[in-house]
Ligand binder design. Structure first.
Ligand SMILES: Nc1ncnc2c1ncn2[C@@H]1O[C@H](COP(=O)(O)OP(=O)(O)OP(=O)(O)O)[C@@H](O)[C@H]1O
Ligand SMILES: Nc1ncnc2c1ncn2[C@@H]1O[C@H](COP(=O)(O)OP(=O)(O)OP(=O)(O)O)[C@@H](O)[C@H]1O
Ligand SMILES: [Mg+2]
Ligand SMILES: [Mg+2]
Lengths: 251, 251
């Protein structure tokens, strides 16, 4: 039954959505059935794969209006499907706060669908609020995309503390799937320093494949397709393909 | 009495903190008294100016434990001061939800201190939750940093709707101070397209000064100083200096 992976980092703009979509697309291309769940009210994952955001999505599932099967949409990539999000999900922050078991809404929805998928990838918003807690509680592995920047280091400690908290209180089965370095610019000293420091501490928990900065990755969402359908020859595509293989092998 | 400006955008990593800190630093250098308020639990603004995060900060002010004067710290830049944040502020998301007038906590704190400052700059987190609503309610102007990327366009509509909502319900005096293009890479077609589209719609609400991508801007925070004390000759410093002049002239 399916492996559930959440892409999380409260630091904004680090490549959570880009990583979940493109690793998912290459793993689907390799023949695995992959479900993307957009648990960020911004809906960037949903638009990255051209989902119809007027149809019911993951919000309707966690509020009990629809089943997971009813909201799942196809994408342009074979074996890649999506449960989309919309702004209603932002309301869940307030709606769920006072509910019993507010951290388990997504887990209940995911557990009911797990058997049908090889991989379930959850995208989360840039915060450590209720939506990200739901993602960490529903997942077996957490993958942390991070930029090679100073603020990224600052945020990592806080994120790890939150993960430990979730392991203790809501999901003892959660483990660290790995850290991805994204938007890497080899010309800057800062990038090298950040990579050295993080790799020194996390050792083999850091994915060997580093994703370089590549504008083609930021162009693909405007065509509503993952990079494997926008430009397969660019460095962004080749790196995410290699990274997808690493995820298949080790997570 | 002081002009209160909030830097807001729910899209993550677009340069909210970098813009507030560096525009603030150049305006302080020009002789104005500037107070930075870090209303993001990540605390990136606080660490950008080397504030002591073990001292009480803005969280203690909005919860009534300290007055604003008691928490304000000096920075390395003359005329630039900061009310720092820490992770306790993240708790405010849940604590404030059920409080009466939960959108006005920051406004009450800011109004008590306004007379002592020429400018008050508020940094907000990458979300449209309670903390950002407080920032929009406390401010007279909102400045929107945005990257020249596809996801940035998608988020803009939602942000403008939220601003209109705040103008109607909490703060009729709030106006759009302007849109800043950040991390601009002139070599990419996508960047030109986004700038054309946004400028076509917002006309003179877009600041003429565009901030280019410049690694020195991301190095400065690791030295706990703004760019005007890290490297005054780099393109990042020159652009923010020009932008600070534009803010002085028109906001
Ligand atoms: N390797 C890359 N090279 C160039 N641009 C990239 C790369 N990865 C992501 N981007 C672009 O950078 C921006 C931030 O990436 P993305 O939106 O995936 O991050 P995120 O962590 O999901 O953001 P948020 O915190 O807002 O959810 C997007 O505009 C995206 O298209
Ligand atoms: N013009 C620039 N050139 C290069 N790097 C930049 C530039 N502006 C900001 N950065 C870097 O990009 C990253 C994102 O910027 P910043 O943290 O200011 O954005 P933010 O909108 O405040 O993010 P968040 O949504 O997480 O609060 C940081 O690591 C910062 O140092
Ligand atoms: Mg995202
Ligand atoms: Mg910030």
């Amino acid at each position: 039954s399916g492996k559930v992976i959440v892409f999380a980092n409260q630091k904004g703009g680090v490549g959570k959505t880009t990583s979940a979509v493109n690793i998912g697309a290459f793993i689907a291309e390799a023949g695995k059935r992959v479900l993307l769940i957009d648990f960020d009210p911004q809906g960037n994952m949903s638009s990255s794969v051209g989902s119809d955001r007027n149809k019911p999505g993951i919000y309707e599932v966690i509020t009990g209006k629809n089943s997971m099967e009813e909201v799942i949409q196809e994408t342009t990539v074979r074996n890649l499907y999506v449960a989309s999000s919309d702004i209603n999900l932002a309301g869940a922050n307030i709606e769920l706060i006072s509910a019993e078991k507010r951290e388990y809404f997504l887990k209940d929805a995911v557990d009911s669908a797990k058997a049908d998928w090889d991989y379930i990838f959850i995208d989360s918003p840039p915060s450590l609020g209720i939506l990200t807690l739901n993602g960490l509680t529903a997942a077996q592995e957490v993958i942390i995309p991070m930029q090679c920047e100073y603020f990224a280091l600052e945020g990592l400690t806080l994120l790890l503390k939150t993960i430990q908290q979730v392991q203790k209180t809501f999901n003892s089965g959660l483990s660290l799937g790995g850290i991805i370095f994204t938007m890497y610019d080899s010309r800057t000293r800062l990038a090298h320093e950040v990579i050295q420091e993080v790799t020194g501490y996390f050792k083999d928990k850091v994915f060997r494949t580093v994703i370089p900065r590549n504008v083609r990755l930021s162009e693909a969402p405007s065509h509503a397709v993952p990079i494997n359908q926008y430009d397969t020859t660019c460095i962004g595509a080749k790196s995410y393909q290699k990274l997808a293989q690493e995820v298949l092998d080790r997570v």
